[in-house]
Design a protein around this ligand. Structure first.
Ligand SMILES: [Fe+2]
Length: 168
């Protein structure tokens, strides 16, 4: 997954954290295209593949989900802390504008929570030995991350820049 212009926020740490998530999405994509012709995955996923079918062992799926949960958690906490930090400066805006910011924060938290809930559900399934297709995880995560960055994170970054401008 490439950092295309619509995915660049211009906030270096946010962009770096997004790239960590993209790396995990790339791993899921490689796992999802398990046709026996995997290219080497740096973290050694390949040695856990069943050569005859190219299917991925549940333990590997679980490890990738755990990495995803770990990085998403750190990243969401970071973004949420930035919004909290921006809030006092934005109270200088008129009431309606501050209300819009508050609505954004609420929506943003809900989206993060919804992602975490789904990924936690995947984790529960894979730890109870249910077969979980890497393709279905990939489709969900790729779509969610793309939509969320392009719409919600970019909107947050507009608010963060405004808070810097208002604070002077
Ligand atoms: Fe976000």
């Amino acid at each position: 997954m490439i950092l295309t212009p619509s995915l660049v926020t211009g906030f270096p740490l946010i962009d770096q954290q997004h790239e960590q998530l993209f790396n995990i999405i790339d791993t899921l994509e490689i796992m999802a295209s398990s046709d026996g012709s995997f290219r080497a995955v740096a973290e050694g996923t390949r040695k856990h593949l069943t050569p005859a079918t190219g299917t991925v062992q549940p333990v590997v799926v679980r490890k990738v989900i755990e990495r995803l949960m770990y990085y998403a958690d750190i990243h969401f906490q970071y973004e949420e802390s930035l919004m909290s930090y921006a809030s006092p400066a934005l109270t200088k805006l008129d009431g309606d504008q501050y209300e819009d910011f508050a609505k954004h924060v609420c929506l943003h938290h809900r989206e993060h929570h919804s992602f975490s809930t789904t990924v936690t559900e995947y984790h529960k399934q894979v730890t109870s030995y249910c077969t979980l297709s890497p393709a279905s995880i990939y489709v969900f995560v790729h779509h969610w991350v793309t939509e969320h960055i392009e719409k919600t994170d970019q909107a947050m970054c507009v608010w963060l820049r405004r808070s810097d401008a208002v604070a002077g």
